[in-house]
Design a protein around this ligand. Structure first.
Ligand SMILES: [Zn+2]
Ligand SMILES: [Zn+2]
Length: 129
């Protein structure tokens, strides 16, 4: 179990499950919304329990998912698909990442041209593994 929240504290949550295999998404939408690429870890939707959520806002940019953020401080927090069991929890929101290590890069065909990926992790175009 890990705790997390936004920069200002208007969103605080705990993730009541084991976490595995954070990923980095390099798609344009993630880069635009987060400011760079989006590093996040999947967690079962029901395992994310809010202690404070008065800052929590959801923005729907596509018809398949919405993005959670703090409406007060702007912190990027979640990506939640309408389908599927998991919500992606932003690594930067976690108080303690507990030894979790990035496992791969996704949507690298849409990565920015202003950086390189040279950490030796698998790189995927789109979401195929
Ligand atoms: Zn906040
Ligand atoms: Zn993305």
């Amino acid at each position: 179990m890990v705790n997390g929240g936004c920069l200002c504290g208007a969103v605080r949550f705990r993730v009541a499950s084991e976490l595995h295999d954070p990923i980095a998404c390099h798609c344009k939408q993630c880069r635009q919304q987060s400011g760079h690429f989006f590093s996040a870890v999947p967690a079962p939707k029901a395992a994310v329990q809010f202690e404070r959520d008065e800052g929590l806002r959801w923005y729907r940019h596509t018809d398949i998912a919405e993005r959670g953020f703090c409406g007060r401080c702007g912190s990027t927090l979640f990506w939640r698909g309408d389908e599927g069991p998991d919500v992606m929890v932003a690594m930067g929101s976690l108080d303690d990442t507990g030894g979790l290590k990035l496992s791969g890069h996704y949507w690298v065909d849409f990565m920015g041209d202003y950086y390189d990926i040279d950490d030796g992790l698998p790189q995927h175009e789109g979401v195929e593994t």
